[in-house]
Design a protein around this ligand. Structure first.
Ligand code: HEC
Ligand code: HEC
Length: 489
């Protein structure tokens, strides 16, 4: 086979391929030296290398503090009633507190931050960890995507369970403001299954309500949009140090602070507020880039893992990079892979480039666009092949959380059409298949309404579990070795 598009692999030194060569597929066409397995022709040559952004100065320690204390989300629930009513908020407020946080924060669930409104009311506001902290083996890990959050219910109906506050007080105004923001988000952020996240829709709807230059909020949409709910899996933050393009479709390129800030723009209604945030988001970015993947906590069969490494280098490394105990020796090609090559659910990639194109224009022409530009179809629509550090901890898999275990990622023929997690207990982990124990079910239509949200129904729009067939050709014993290797990286 000859490589079609040789632009991939630019960051991999000698691997720039140049069409079919006279020295054969396994030698470097210029030097004649043997190519590493992952440099030989493969589907990775259909990918495009996303350029790395310039590094920026930031202090990870200050960044972690800012993430857990600053008021980048400045609206929320008055503290007085939050503490009484947080049980109504389900998985939004069921987290443990982090006693090392300063002041009032030490008593709040880890994903809420105490902030003060302009009128002086103490509020509890949700921070990034609402989605970006999750449990593995019973332990909360900051940076792991939360895999058991429930976005199947309307958040405003949960908020309506709080006691009413007199409207003329500042506290009353604040809770009404918070409720009105969630009213605007409404049904656009309700997913079908526990463990899928509507963050992309949150961003799109917030944009549709704001003036791009002044960031002023309007209760009515300024750009009328009616997007489908795109379900996504929250990716782990320890990947971002290697990623040139953030998000599954690699759309955030360059300085990523613009998109990171936009992720928490619920109540950022002025450019002054955004400018103030930009001043500490370089530290937040530095913190995110300092996070390391956890180490596999149980025994590893090193001999089997070494066999798996060879398989990985020939079948996977061309897209996912190479791994080493010494990070300096690792390589990562940062490839965007065309949708038709990866073959996973296309809703996310297509919607960003198509129906939601006007909101991409909104972003790029907005205050945020001066910091980061979104690029959704250059040079084509695709998904990025992510770094696989600590991937055993990040079930469920694929961008839409459609596959419960790594074993099934590596064999598309065995993936169930309908499945549910046996429970949401993070200590109940399948160490053979590497992922969450699951059982096959009927479709969502076959169960009572109260059961629907537990079922992952791949016939729903955006929930397809096909594609990524790159492990299908492996024998059962090769797959077992490969899984063993994935525990080591
Ligand atoms: C409502 C849940 C939610 C909140 C809150 C949230 N995120 Fe995210 N975040 C996500 C999801 C889901 C994605 C993946 C979206 C995609 O790629 O399409 C994501 C993606 C990212 C990425 C890109 C990761 C990658 O691998 O490409 C970064 C960086 C990030 N978020 C940072 C933040 C920061 C910083 C905050 C707080 C200021 C934040 N997020 C708040 C859910 C959330
Ligand atoms: C042609 C490039 C390519 C090859 C070859 C490839 N992958 Fe991938 N891989 C991707 C892309 C792109 C994604 C993201 C797909 C998505 O989320 O829809 C992905 C996703 C994954 C994920 C899911 C990550 C997560 O957290 O959801 C795993 C695990 C994975 N690949 C492992 C492998 C292994 C192991 C191999 C070798 C058998 C392999 N891949 C071969 C491109 C590739």
């Amino acid at each position: 086979m000859s490589s079609t598009d040789a632009s991939g692999g630019e960051t991999m030194g000698a691997s720039t391929s140049s069409g079919s060569s006279t020295t054969g597929d396994t030698n470097d066409p210029t030097t004649g030296a043997p190519l590493e397995c992952w440099e030989q022709p493969g589907p990775w040559h259909l990918g495009w290398a996303i350029p790395e952004p310039a590094p920026i100065d930031g202090d990870p320690v200050e960044g972690e503090w800012a993430l857990l204390h600053e008021d980048y989300v400045s609206c929320g629930v008055p503290l007085s009633i939050f503490n009484l009513g947080k049980a109504f908020l389900g998985t939004y407020a069921d987290g443990e507190s982090l006693p090392w946080r300063d002041g009032e924060n030490a008593n709040l669930p880890y994903n809420w931050t105490a902030v003060t409104s302009e009128g002086g009311t103490e509020l509890a506001a949700m921070n990034c960890l609402t989605c970006h902290a999750g449990k593995f083996n019973g332990e909360l890990i900051i940076g792991l995507g939360r895999h058991d959050a429930d976005y199947t219910e309307s958040f405003t109906s949960l908020l309506s369970l709080f006691p009413e506050l007199p409207e003329f007080t500042d506290a009353g105004k604040e809770i009404n403001k918070f409720i009105s923001r969630y009213d605007a988000l409404g049904p656009y952020i309700q997913t079908e299954t526990i463990g899928t996240n509507p963050a992309d829709n949150v961003a799109v709807i917030l944009a549709s309500h704001r003036d791009p230059q002044t960031l002023a909020w309007s209760d009515e949409q300024l750009i009328p949009v009616d997007p489908p709910v795109v379900p996504v899996d929250t990716p782990p933050w320890w990947r971002v140090k290697k990623k040139g393009g953030h998000f599954y479709n690699g759309m955030s390129r360059g300085d990523h602070r613009g998109t990171m800030m936009f992720a928490s723009s619920l109540c950022v209604d002025t450019t002054e507020k955004a400018e103030e945030m930009l001043g500490y988001f370089n530290h937040i970015r530095a913190f995110l880039e300092s996070i390391e993947a956890p180490a596999y906590p149980w025994a590893i069969n090193e001999e089997l893992a070494a066999e798996g490494e060879e398989i990985f280098e020939c079948a996977c490394a061309g897209c996912h990079g190479t791994y080493d105990d010494d990070p300096e020796l690792e390589t990562f090609p940062n490839l965007l892979i065309p949708l038709e090559v990866i073959g996973t659910d296309s809703l996310l990639g297509d919607a960003a480039a198509d129906d939601l194109g006007t909101l991409v224009e909104w972003f790029n022409s907005s205050w945020y666009g001066d910091v980061t530009q979104l690029t959704v179809d250059e040079p084509f629509i695709g998904y990025t092949a992510p770094p696989l550090d600590g991937v055993w901890a990040t079930a469920p898999y694929l961008h839409n959380a459609s596959v419960p275990t790594l074993e099934l990622v590596l064999d598309s023929t065995k993936r169930p059409d309908f499945w549910r997690r046996v429970d949401y207990d993070s200590t109940n982990y399948d160490r053979d298949a590497l992922g969450w124990p699951w059982e096959a079910t009927g479709g969502q239509d076959t169960v009572p309404p109260s059961e629907r949200r537990h079922i992952y129904d791949t016939t729903n729009l955006g929930y397809d579990n096909g594609g990524h067939t790159f492990g299908d050709h492996l024998t059962a014993s090769e797959r077992e070795a490969l899984l063993e290797y994935l525990k080591t990286i």
